[in-house]
Ligand binder design. Structure first.
Ligand code: PLP
Length: 401
């Protein structure tokens, strides 16, 4: 009988969001009268705005015409790649350095194939779960020790270090996942810190996968929106980004990766050529309807809608932050990011999750699900309808006193 891939058996941590969904179902079954409000997952809730929506509709309509029909689009529409380069990277990248995808998470999973099972992986702790779980699946991480996986270097990001890791702990020749604005902490790396990260990656012979999925939530113009604002990053970094959170494309599915031609492995081979090969081998390109929507999103009217939508969620974040602050709960994030990271000293995250669920009927995300340093934290997400967020905040303020 064929045997199971042992890497799958190695995944011990229950994937966080299915576990939250299970607890939500159980609570709802036991309390059918409760009106649950979710400030938990990072799924978008608001409709796609009209200009971008028209782009999607028009993309679908074109497919029904002889002139407008298109089939596979491999690395993505040339016009979309050009537009991404202009809008996000001042035109600094050629179209052969930008790869359109079905989303940042899918890219993060596939990018591991470039480096394989022998790679030493470093993550910020806490971090978005796919960096770790994807590493386990590919065999780059070992077994679950109860606090983390062997073979993964967890760099704590806590209030004590301003949510920026101690770079002297980086192992040599590894893959570094770095996310800013950060999910879950909401912290945003500043220019000096990002310069130090790039320098450290070069010094240790490492490659950074920089996840910029929330870059459109940055409002402070001094904060870098892409790692490629830092000199030298083209020789040590890959960036992934997405239309999910800025344009509400979580269900539409559209993202991109930037793999500079200047990036190479220890043997001098070009990473870009391998990425092209992987995308062509196991991925046949993003939906052409989604790409038509992406093009509309990057027109001036679409960019104004991205601003409007991200402003809306940032407005929610501000409400959540004020509610927590009025309860004297210390928290970070929520100003240049849609996540608020709240601290409950000495408490277990799942216990706080259960208390908030029980007293307020509000779903949150336990910080410990994002890594050992997330213990005693709760992540609040600003993705929600305004009326729900307002009601959730009212319940928090009244019932958590
Ligand atoms: N990266 C981060 C940090 C995220 O939080 C998420 C989704 O929550 C993603 C990537 C996934 O993006 P996409 O919808 O493009 O797969």
């Amino acid at each position: 009988m064929i045997t199971r891939n042992p890497c799958i058996a190695n995944i011990k941590a229950g994937y966080l969001f299915p576990e939250i969904a299970k607890r939500r179902r159980e609570y709802a079954a036991a309390h059918p009268e409760a009106k649950l409000i979710s400030l938990g997952v990072g799924n978008t809730t608001e409709p796609i705005l009209p200009h971008i929506d028209r782009g999607l509709v028009e993309g679908a309509r074109q497919l029904g015409t002889i002139e407008g029909y298109s089939g596979y689009s491999d690395e993505g529409l040339l016009s979309l790649r050009e537009r991404i380069s202009m809008v996000f990277y001042k035109g600094e990248f050629g179209t052969d350095e930008i790869f359109i995808s079905d989303g940042a998470k899918c890219d993060i999973g596939r990018l591991q194939l470039l480096f394989g099972a022998g790679t030493s992986v470093t993550v910020q702790d806490p971090s978005y779960p796919v960096y770790v779980d994807g590493s386990v699946l590919i065999g780059a991480a070992g077994v679950w020790s109860g606090m983390g996986y062997t073979g993964i270097t967890y760099l704590p990001c806590t209030a004590e270090n301003d949510y920026f890791p101690n770079l002297s702990l980086l192992p040599p020749n590894g893959l570094i996942y770095f996310c800013s604005p950060n999910n879950p902490t909401g912290a945003v790396v500043n220019r000096e810190q990002l310069t130090a990260l790039v320098e450290a990656a070069k010094k240790t012979g490492s490659i950074i996968i920089f996840d910029a999925a929330y870059s459109e939530y940055i409002r402070d113009s001094k904060l870098p929106k892409t790692i490629f604002e830092i000199e030298g990053a083209k020789t040590c970094a890959i960036e992934v980004n997405s239309f999910s959170k800025p344009a509400g494309f979580t269900g539409v599915r559209l993202g991109w990766s930037v793999v500079p031609q200047a990036l190479s492995y220890a043997g001098g081979e070009r990473v870009n050529a391998d990425w092209n090969r992987i995308c062509g081998t196991i991925f046949n390109g993003a939906s052409n309807i989604a790409q038509a929507g992406g093009l509309a999103a990057l027109e001036p009217e679409g960019l104004a809608e991205i601003r409007e939508l991200s402003d809306f969620y940032l407005g929610n974040a501000k409400l959540i932050r004020s509610a927590l602050q009025s309860l004297h709960i210390s928290c970070v994030g929520g100003d240049n990011s849609p996540y608020i990271w709240a601290r409950f000293p000495g408490r277990d995250s799942w216990e706080v999750f259960a208390e908030i669920l029980d007293k307020c009927q509000v779903i949150t995300t336990p910080g410990s699900g994002f890594g050992p340093a997330g213990q005693s934290f709760i992540r609040f997400s600003a993705f929600g309808h305004r009326a729900d967020v307002e009601e959730a905040c009212e319940r928090l303020v009244q019932r958590l006193q």
